[in-house]
Design a protein around this ligand. Structure first.
Ligand code: GLU
Length: 303
């Protein structure tokens, strides 16, 4: 399928949308961004790449990067992940502490903050250098050796990460964090602070659309792990708007408070959008609109 006319049409439509939603400000460094940017990139499983708008500008991946952390943890220690983290949607905001009390420190899923903090703890235990390994994985998949952690964003979030520290201490009190809390939060925050463009994210998510064929030889994942990551993205990838995203877009994906969304249509394409204005639920407003148009115009909802 030639996606070019569809991409062009979506780009033009998005220029006409009202500027709804606001930029995330609780990480001070993210508040300074120009909110009126929009990029989209799509990689067909046959390798054809399409891109429009601010598709090559790097932005803070934030929770989109939780998918990379989970993938790496599943490569090293799948049993440990499923023992310590659940697979149910939370129906709660990404940083909610409430359920952890009821569920004795076992996070609902690996894509909410608590779950990604446990995944970071597992990576600290099983990798010699989790951040180097994660960056090597992401760089190889995205085909860009200069992808890096934005240390200014990480430092900014570390100053305000009281809630994430509270999560980690709380889970540690139940025995579900094994390493030093400050070290775990340092890894978690730096994973979120990886800066990537839409084109790089579309390439890096391709393995979830092509049954793992694009994974570098040293990072192979089995088909079951890939199916499970996609299932979790569909049910848990959009905070407490996962139902809305499945309803209006119909693709597994993951959003981040930096305004990015990466999604896959298995056996067809991987796609990424970026626009910093967020809905109340924390998902990119224009990104969600654009992906809803994409699945409508290309008849590619998975349902
Ligand atoms: N680093 C952010 C936090 O923990 C990630 C939030 C997000 O993108 O959902 O608050």
């Amino acid at each position: 399928m030639n996606y070019q006319p569809i991409m062009q049409g979506i780009f033009e439509e998005m220029q006409k949308e009202a500027p709804l939603g606001t930029v995330a400000t609780y990480i001070p460094e993210l508040a300074d961004i120009n909110p009126d940017q929009f990029g989209i990139a799509l990689l067909d499983v046959d390798g054809t790449h399409y891109a429009m708008g601010d598709s090559e500008k790097r932005f803070s991946a934030q929770s989109v990067a939780k998918v990379f952390a989970l993938s790496l943890a599943l490569r090293h220690a799948p049993d440990e992940v499923w023992k310590r983290v659940g697979v149910e949607p939370s129906g709660d905001p990404f940083n909610s502490l409430g359920l952890l009390e009821v569920e004795a420190g076992r996070p609902r899923n690996p894509l909410v903050n608590a779950g990604a903090i446990v995944v970071s703890d597992i990576l600290l235990s099983v990798c010699d250098n989790p951040l180097d390994e994660l960056l090597a994985f992401v760089r190889a998949m995205a085909g860009a050796q200069d992808i890096a952690i934005d240390e200014a964003v990480a430092a900014s979030e570390l100053q305000t990460a009281h809630r994430n520290r509270a999560h980690a201490h709380f889970m540690r009190s139940f025995g579900n964090i094994h390493n030093d809390v400050e070290e775990v939060i340092g890894v978690y925050v730096r994973i979120c602070a990886i800066a990537m463009s839409c084109s790089e994210l579309a390439r890096a998510f391709a393995f979830l659309a092509n049954q793992g064929r694009s994974l570098p030889p040293s990072f192979r994942l089995d088909a079951r792990a890939i199916r499970r990551i996609n299932a979790l993205m569909l049910t848990c990838g959009f905070y407490d708007e996962a139902g809305e995203f499945a309803f209006s877009v119909g693709l597994p994906g993951k959003s981040g408070v930096g305004g990015g969304i990466a999604a896959v249509c298995p056996d067809r394409y991987s796609v990424a959008t970026w626009s910093p204005r967020l809905t109340k639920g924390g998902n990119s407003y224009l990104g969600t609109r654009a992906l809803a148009r994409l699945t409508t115009l290309s008849d590619s909802s998975i349902f």
